[in-house]
Write a protein that binds this ligand. Structure first.
Ligand SMILES: [Zn+2]
Length: 284
């Protein structure tokens, strides 16, 4: 079985506030260990966490070897103050603040830098992304500092222009990557960056009634079409479920994502996903 290149141990797929609150007074082994056991039972033995400021991912990394799992974490994720991501990560206002956070990641033995460079999909409105993205200039500065410190960059990025900017700034992995256009897909394929399209964060919402299916279905179809196109152009694609996101459950979410990627990639899925994961393992 493939690994999962994007999970959040701190979240539970049900309600993020309660999930985070559970770890606030100290991380909870009674929550983390059953999840690690479940991943191991399913043969999912390589995990990359998207980070949290509450220590759950770090605690999972410490426990993971006991369950035969290799676990990578950025410690916490980083976002610009006032933009998407503050609920789960740490924020900065100036480049000096950001440098201090990168140093803090190092002090926590973070394996890479996780940055939020855009908002997320508005599942109520097709084509809309919440929150303002970072500019090309900002991304160049931030990624350069991370790379200068020897860290790869995992970037939460949605929107064609934002992903193009992230690629131009030298991002190592693009997370989600919703609403790409043909140019962004081609750039992604040529860049050497790995795309983790997290299809299941959309797919598992279909039919749940919280968001309109006439937004979700075309959004998933577009994302799957782009995944297929990117693979055809030789792009690197990896399996990442974003487990912990709404209706994406640890363990099962990985299998759900695999099923959707197989639908998008067809017979080529295993080869493409193995290559993508190999790149992630090497860089992160
Ligand atoms: Zn995530």
């Amino acid at each position: 079985m493939l690994g999962d290149c994007h999970i959040h141990m701190v979240l539970d797929g049900v309600y993020y506030k309660d999930a985070i609150a559970a770890h606030r007074a100290g991380t909870r082994d009674d929550i983390i260990i059953p999840r690690l056991e479940d991943y191991a039972r399913r043969g999912i033995t390589w995990l990359r966490d998207g980070g949290d400021a509450f220590g759950a991912g770090e605690r999972a990394r410490a426990l993971a070897p006991d369950y035969g799992i290799t676990y990578r974490t950025p410690a916490f994720n980083i976002c610009l103050k006032g933009r998407y991501g503050a609920f789960i990560g740490k924020t900065f206002e100036t480049l000096a603040d950001y440098r201090a956070l990168v140093a803090e990641v190092r002090a926590h033995r973070g394996d890479f830098i996780k940055l939020m460079v855009s908002g997320l999909m508005d599942f109520d409105r097709f084509g809309v992304i919440t929150s303002e993205p970072l500019t090309l200039k900002q991304m160049k500065e931030l990624f350069k500092i991370a790379h200068g410190e020897g860290f790869s960059v995992m970037a939460h990025a949605n929107g064609a222009d934002t992903v193009k900017h992230a690629l131009e700034a030298g991002v190592d992995s693009v997370e989600h990557g919703a609403y790409l256009d043909d140019e962004a897909v081609a750039m992604l394929a040529q860049s050497g960056a790995v795309w983790v399209p997290t299809l299941v964060t959309i797919g598992n919402l279909i039919g749940c009634g919280r968001f309109p299916d006439d937004v979700l279905k075309p959004l998933l179809a577009l994302q799957m079409k782009n995944v297929a196109a990117c693979a055809r152009l030789g792009g690197k694609i990896a399996l990442g479920s974003d487990a912990g996101a709404y209706r994406v459950y640890h363990g099962q979410g990985t299998l759900d994502e695999y099923a959707l990627l197989k639908r998008a990639l067809g017979d080529d899925a295993d080869r493409v996903l193995r290559e993508g994961e190999a790149c992630i393992r090497q860089r992160f």
